[in-house]
Write a protein that binds this ligand. Sequence first.
Ligand code: FDA
Length: 303
Amino acid sequence: MLRTTFLFLSRQRTLRRWFETSNLSKKITRRFVAGLTLDDELRVCRALSSERILSTLDRLGENVNTLDEAAAARDSYLASLERLAELNIGATVSIKLTQFGLDFSTEQCLANVRMLVERARSLGTRIEIDMESSEYVDRTLEIVRRLHVETGAVRAVIQAYLRRTAADIASLCEAGIPVRLCKGAYDEPASVAFETKAEVDRNYVEQTRVLLERGAYPAIASHDPKMIDAALSRAKELGLASDRFEFQMLYGIRRDLQKRLVDEGYRLRLYVPYGDAWYPYFMRRLAERPANVFFLLRNMLRF
Ligand code: FDA
């Protein structure tokens, strides 16, 4: 119930405008967002690197209103790629295709993303293409496939809550495309997504096994100790070295678990968002764990 409410709120434009321009912005977001500027982001990524944690940069924003806005997002990402490369900390960059114009033109979106991916390849890194709601999955995977063939510098994201996931993972493994597996963060109908946590978790564990057996450098993206332990025990059974896969988590979530994995010698990459368009991202984090509202209220009341 609370989950659905927060996911509903995440789509409310008036509330979004009010929150994002409010003086409370920084206080509300600081647990999950690196800051409002690229400098804030780079400071966090550098600090994480000193703790042996990799990062993937995300400039907050999705569903732009015009192709000009999409081109501006592309240029901003191109600039951040250059700045990240100067740090030389093995960071990647994560993007959402709706921020690159997918709602307007698949071809124009592809052209925008291609510029970014080609630059990423020449800088020795890769672009991770987040997965949005189910209406975008086919178009997103089509773009991922084309750019993989052209550059080999992309990673797909697959959501374990979708019923189609086993088939998608099988074909991405076949094509040698790296995959980040997450549970999924959007409000989806029962016709396309599993309804219970038990079903999603079961699918997550099964698909983790497939990725560890046949995938190209998979990323296990979860804060759920059961998912992580299942991945670790399968990796051990397969005799996989710790540099053949990585764990991923969101900045600010389960820092205890993050530390445990790094201390045990596993690769961990944090998804580190920054920017002023934080509202939908933040609401999805509340939907995942409504108890975060107490943390939010505490920050808002602290002067
Ligand atoms: P689950 O939700 O079962 O939570 C397990 C435990 O983790 C909880 O008990 C709690 O301790 C902790 N936890 C989880 N969420 C928390 C929160 N918000 N605040 C505090 N604690 C929390 N989704 C998507 O649809 N498309 C995408 O591209 C991505 N990309 C992505 C990248 C990375 C690196 C991660 C880690 C996640 C995503 N996601 C995503 C989000 C993902 O789909 C999912 O919504 C969250 O990761 C929560 O699921 P868990 O696997 O953590 O399990």
